[in-house]
Ligand binder design. Structure first.
Ligand code: C5P
Length: 219
């Protein structure tokens, strides 16, 4: 299949991951969850006992990161060295630490390079994160900012975690992470040429269909 990059950005809880995975399945495309790469990097820093106040140490850890991530939308596996971290990177320890990686400029540039390599090899790929439409793949023929009202995002995130934490601590955590992340990348406003897909009043299926339609329109 000819190369085609579908770039999707959005805040946490916008439903990006499930929407993009489903769209990739429907399109027979690869799927790249760049947030999982930042999360794997944070997991590695925690595992290695890296001091998050030491920016150089964080960057060096990301440079050495033995990361492998699958781009099969049906089998999302993330490994760091010999460790399968697919589940561990979703835990609260990693969620709380991940902004230490994403606000580190050298770490970001290393991960962006890695993401571009994966996208280049994938051919047709749906790639999602915070800076895909602006930094990683600004030339992508389909660029979408997936949004939803804060209320809906927090509700969806709560459903996703299934009561691991109290709603209140969850809200605090998500808002704090978005606030911290937004110091490194702007993912709340669409850049020039980026379409806004607001899913607040859409069902999951409608949101997926809207994304798939945009891809079919350029294919
Ligand atoms: O999408 P997800 O919530 O899994 O992303 C985890 C974290 O990774 C974000 O909170 C953000 O700090 C970082 N991230 C990023 N740029 C991306 C994707 C994720 O900074 N393209």
């Amino acid at each position: 299949a000819p190369r085609l990059v579908v770039a999707v950005d959005g805040p946490s809880g916008s439903g990006k991951s499930s929407v993009c995975r489903a769209a990739a399945r429907e399109l027979g495309a690869a799927y790249l969850d760049t947030g999982a790469m930042y999360r794997a990097a944070a997991w590695y820093c925690l595992d290695q006992g890296v001091d998050f106040d030491d920016e150089d140490a964080v960057a060096v850890a990301v440079e050495e990161l033995p990361l492998s991530i699958s781009t099969d939308p049906d089998h999302q596996t993330v490994t760091v060295g010999q460790a399968d971290v697919t589940d561990a990177i979703r835990g609260s320890a990693v969620s709380e630490a991940v902004s230490e990686v994403s606000t580190n400029r050298r770490a970001r540039s290393l991960l962006v390079d890695a993401q571009r390599r994966i996208i280049d090899e994938a051919g047709v790929v749906v790639a999602e994160g915070r800076d895909i439409t602006t930094v990683v793949a600004p030339d992508a023929p389909v660029r979408v900012l997936l949004t939803a009202s804060a209320e809906v995002r927090l509700a969806r995130r709560g459903l996703q975690l299934g009561g691991e934490q109290s709603a209140e601590s969850l809200h605090r955590q998500v808002l704090a992470r978005d606030a911290k992340d937004s110091t490194a990348v702007n993912f709340t406003e669409a850049a020039d040429g980026v379409a806004v897909l607001d899913s607040t009043d859409l069902t999951f299926e409608e949101t997926v269909a809207s994304l798939v339609d945009r891809v079919r329109a350029v294919r």
